[in-house]
Each structure stands twice: as structure tokens, then as C-alpha cells.
Design a protein around this ligand. Structure first.
Ligand SMILES: [Zn+2]
Length: 296
């Protein structure tokens, strides 16, 4: 079965430390202590080996214009150009930078990046802030999808949860019906609100890059039926540790394979839905009011 990992970070650790500057990491948060374990994984050959071990044909690398998970558009472009048949990249911009639209256009047209990732709590903005709408409009014009981190984060006082509320995405999805949007991590403990937004909006997808026990508990047949089997996308959040364990992409693949869902649905989750999200959805699922009149 073809498998694509839609959620991968190759953090630029040196630049990240420099960019952090005076920012103090909050103490006592276990995931931050585990972050050191990710350092050996921030190596392109290790990434490719993990993909091979897991049977993953392609991974999508995220640039992130934010502390802790920092990665530049140029760095992601450089990595993708080393393995063009195995890697594709997604850009990131500071949504309030005066040159945000130019940076995005350059990332897509000159660096070959094919989407836009935001981490609103680390970038400190509300997703439905109209000041950010020109960036969404530019994404529509460039025909690229947007990925929003939603839900909790392990970054303590560096973030405000209010910036990560999945319900904010409803406004964006309604204002920009032609914008393809993906939420992350099955909502990261904000599950039901995230699922509400996915169920309600034809242009919103969600990825499975959650803790393994969450994936198995949450992704039941009923839930998949309800929000739409065509809306769920496989991802792992490589190289983030989970539950104190070093990241292994294969564990996430095995987890999805174990779930009691049909092979057709697994095929959708593992690659078909991502291909729709990345390249554009046909309008075959649109319902016309005139069609509904016959039914109701
Ligand atoms: Zn992530």
C-alpha cells in the first residue's frame, strides 16, 4: 500500500538556538526534556532510512517560521532537492511581516515549495484575524494548501492556547471556500472541536500525527464515517518524541494498519486524501441547492 507521511519537521537546530535568543524554555515539561533525543533524527539519511523501514514513499517537510521547530524555506528546499522523488516541501512565513506575500510567492515559484504551514501559538496570532487574510488569499491564488497547528503544545508559557483553538479555523474555511486546509494531530486534545470543523467544512482535512494510543482510541469506524473517510491524512510529526519514546515512523504506520477500518479507507488515509489535499479537490462532492430540493 502506498504511504505518504504528510507531517515531518527537519528542524535547523543551530539556527533555532540562535533565533531563540533570550527566550527561556519553561521547566518541568517532559516533552521538552525529550527533545534532546530528537537530535540524531535531524539527519536526512536517518529520515530516509526511517521512511524505508516504514514503507513510506514520500515525506512532506515543513518549514516553520517560529522558535523551537524553526526551519527555513531555503533549508527545506535544499533537503527536498537532494531527494526529489522522496521529499516535498511546505513553506512558512511570518504572517505579519511586510514582505510575507513576496516570501510566500518566492517559496512557491522559485523554491518549489507546495504548501504553507502555520504554527499559530508559536507565531502568536489568531487564525481568524483579518490582518492575516491577504496571506490566505495569496495561497488561494498560488493554489497551495495551508496547514494549521491546532490544539495544545508542549511549549508551556511560550504559547497561548487561545491561538490554537480549532474553532477559529471555521471562519477561515467559510471565508475562503477554495482554500484547502489541514488541521494537525487529530486536534491535539482539542479533538471534538477540530472534528466539528472538519465535518462541517468540505475544504478542511485533519492529520493523524497524534500519540499512538490516541489514534487507536479516537479513530473508530463511527468517527471516520462521521467526519468523512476522505478527510483524514496520515502523518507522524517526525522527529517529535511521544510518550517518552524515540520517534519511529514505522510505529505510526503499524498503528493505522492495526485499526479496524477497511483497506479502502486505509488507502485513503495513507495517500489518496493527501494527494487530493496537496494537488486540489475535484468538485464532485459539491451539493447543489437545486439537487437538495428534490430530496427534502
Ligand atoms: Zn508538527
Amino acid at each position: 500500500m502506498k504511504i505518504i507521511n504528510a507531517h515531518v519537521h527537519m528542524v535547523e537546530f543551530d539556527k533555532m538556538i540562535r533565533k531563540m535568543g533570550d527566550i527561556q524554555l519553561p521547566g518541568g515539561i517532559s516533552v521538552l526534556k525529550d527533545l534532546e533525543s530528537t537530535l540524531p533524527l535531524l539527519n536526512i539519511d536517518t529520515l530516509i532510512k526511517q521512511m524505508d523501514d516504514a514503507g513510506i514513499v514520500q515525506s512532506i517537510l515543513y518549514a516553520v517560521e517560529a522558535p523551537i521547530v524553526y526551519s527555513s524555506n531555503e533549508y527545506v528546499h535544499m533537503l527536498c532537492s537532494r531527494y526529489p522523488d522522496r521529499l516535498a516541501g511546505v513553506a512558512s512565513v511570518n504572517p505579519f511581516a511586510p514582505d510575507a506575500l513576496d516570501v510566500l510567492e518566492n517559496a512557491v515559484n522559485n523554491l518549489g515549495l507546495r504548501g504553507l504551514k502555520f504554527h499559530p501559538p508559536l507565531q502568536k496570532f489568531y487564525m481568524n484575524d483579518e490582518a492575516v487574510f491577504p496571506v490566505y488569499q495569496k495561497a488561494v491564488e498560488l493554489n497551495i494548501p495551508i496547514i494549521f497547528h491546532v490544539g495544545t503544545t508542549p511549549f508551556g508559557s511560550l504559547c497561548r492556547l487561545a491561538h490554537a483553538n480549532p474553532l477559529l479555523v471555521d471562519d477561515v474555511a467559510v471565508e475562503f471556500p477554495d482554500l484547502r486546509i489541514m488541521l494537525t494531530h487529530l486536534g491535539t486534545l482539542w479533538h471534538n472541536e477540530a472534528f466539528m470543523v472538519v465535518e462541517k467544512n468540505p475544504n478542511v482535512f485533519i492529520d493523524t500525527a497524534a500519540y499512538l494510543y490516541e489514534i487507536e482510541e479516537i479513530l473508530t469506524g463511527n468517527l471516520v464515517d462521521r467526519i468523512g473517510a476522505d478527510k483524514i491524512i496520515f502523518g507522524t510529526d517526525y522527529p517529535m518524541p511521544y510518550a517518552g519514546k524515540i520517534h519511529e515512523m514505522k510505529d505510526f504506520v503499524d498503528c493505522i494498519k492495526r485499526i479496524n477500518l477497511s483497506d479502502d479507507i486505509k488507502e485513503m488515509i495513507f495517500h489518496k486524501n493527501f494527494e487530493t489535499f496537496f494537488s486540489g479537490r475535484t468538485s464532485s462532492t459539491e451539493v447543489r441547492a437545486s439537487d437538495l430540493q428534490d430530496k427534502y
